[in-house]
Write a protein that binds this ligand. Structure first.
Ligand SMILES: Cc1cc2nc3c(=O)[nH]c(=O)nc-3n(C[C@H](O)[C@H](O)[C@H](O)COP(=O)(O)OP(=O)(O)OC[C@H]3O[C@@H](n4cnc5c(N)ncnc54)[C@H](O)[C@@H]3O)c2cc1C
Length: 391
């Protein structure tokens, strides 16, 4: 990808920068740099208002086709938008699961009716989503999900339990992987259902995390219902759809997050300069090394976007690179803080930003597929090594 904008891209950048600067230095100055992983409760309501403002101005779903309210933005324009968003201090998006995961999945696998029903709510920020994949016995081994759904008349009736469901308490909708074809073989027995959260058969129990907050939750389905037409890609095709969504999760949707890492690195750097740690020869080496790796993470992300669908294993390389970098950055921030890093008030914790990120970033190499699982994917898909034994 060129480092110089084409005339069209330069015009796009100027338009994005103008809007973001006007908003984030004007009416939305109070949400700058707020929210994000580990800080999901920070200014949540204000960030919902921001999400709606972005939608109204045409800055959500920019990659979608124009007939569904998007801008049909090219890859380079998506990169530009994420760059400008990070530069302007745009807050953590409350709608990222909808925009980044379920919307591309519905666009790729959904019916026309599903596109018409669900894309507008994602675009205008009125319907937030959560991801109902993991279960107590189905994390890395996702195909082992035990949540079941059966058709009763014109509705699916759903029973089972999900776990680690991020943002379930604020989401209006959940995409649920469940068994619908009990007699079919593994991988052909699942469906991808779109389920309303606010209904009698759904119970949500928050899980308190290291950070003291509860980004994720247990979700129990006891006779929850969804209209028969809310199955994406057809009954029994849930595995294919679920894998398609994971490709989006490990692809374009991580780009904004990685460009946001630039802001985090700058904060670490400024802190090191301010407290004198930057003069320590070992720390200087570590800061320089972290910056080198950040450049590689960024280049890797762009390469993944350009070639990830055609070069097996590249998306897994990308996931390992950014997740591992971010975890190391959390550790580096602690080192920069020195002894202060180990001090915080008793629960409920009042963590500093660096402490919060350090603790939350431990999860980066777990969610979206662990590093070990990514290495298995690389071994099998990129290197042609023998498949690992399956039960
Ligand atoms: C912050 C956070 C947010 C999350 N949000 C969501 C969400 O919104 N929705 C959702 O559905 N899930 C979510 N998850 C769950 C996440 O997808 C799972 O934690 C992840 O897939 C791992 O599954 P597990 O926790 O069951 O661990 P397990 O699969 O039990 O793995 C335990 C350990 O064994 C290793 N392991 C397992 N199998 C293999 C193998 N075949 N080869 C080598 N090593 C292996 C793993 O790498 C890991 O180290 C979230 C997790 C976190 C941490």
């Amino acid at each position: 990808m060129s480092t110089t904008d084409s005339p069209e891209d330069a015009a796009f950048r100027a338009e994005a920068r103008e809007w973001l600067t006007a908003q984030l230095e004007g009416p939305f100055a109070h949400v700058r740099f707020r929210g994000g992983p580990g800080e999901e409760e920070d200014a949540f309501e204000e960030r919902v208002v921001w999400e709606k403002a972005m939608g109204a101005a045409g800055w959500t779903g920019i990659s979608w086709p124009k007939e569904y309210g998007g801008r049909a933005a090219t890859l380079s324009q998506q990169v530009i938008f994420y760059q400008e968003y990070a530069r302007a201090g745009g807050p953590g998006r409350v709608g990222h699961i909808g925009e980044g995961l379920v919307a591309p999945t519905i666009l790729a696998f959904g019916s026309e009716e599903q596109k018409q029903r669900f894309l507008p709510g994602i675009k205008n920020g009125t319907e937030l989503w959560c991801q109902g994949y993991s279960e107590p016995a189905a994390g890395s081994d996702l195909a082992n999900v035990q949540t079941r759904a059966r058709l009763e008349g014109d509705e699916w009736v759903i029973d089972g339990q999900k776990v680690w469901t991020s943002l379930a308490r604020t989401a209006g909708w959940c995409f649920v992987i469940c068994k619908t074809e009990p007699d079919a073989p593994r991988y052909r027995n699942l469906s991808f259902l779109l389920v309303k959260m606010d209904q009698p058969g759904v119970t949500i129990k928050p899980i308190i995390q290291l950070t003291g907050t509860s980004e994720f939750n247990e979700v129990f389905f006891d006779g929850a219902r969804a209209p028969a037409e809310n199955v994406v890609g057809g009954a029994g095709n849930g595995w294919k759809v679920a894998m398609g969504l994971l490709a989006f999760e490990r692809g374009a949707s991580t780009l904004g997050q990685q460009i946001g890492f630039e802001n985090e690195f700058k904060e670490i750097l400024e802190a090191a300069k301010a407290n004198g740690k930057a003069s320590d020869p070992i720390m200087r080496q570590k800061l320089a090394q972290a910056w080198i790796e950040l450049q590689l993470v960024r280049l890797n992300a762009v390469t993944n976007l350009e070639e990830g669908t055609t070069r097996p294993g590249l998306a897994a390389v990308n996931k390992i690179c950014w997740a591992t970098w971010h975890r190391h950055a959390g550790e580096l921030a602690m080192e920069v803080m020195g002894a202060d890093a180990e001090i915080c008030a008793a629960p409920p914790y009042e963590l500093t930003r660096f402490q919060n990120r350090f603790l939350f970033s431990r999860s980066d190499t777990i969610y979206g597929g662990t590093n070990e699982i990514q290495r298995n994917i690389i071994a099998e898909q990129a290197l042609g090594l023998p498949r690992e034994p399956r039960p």
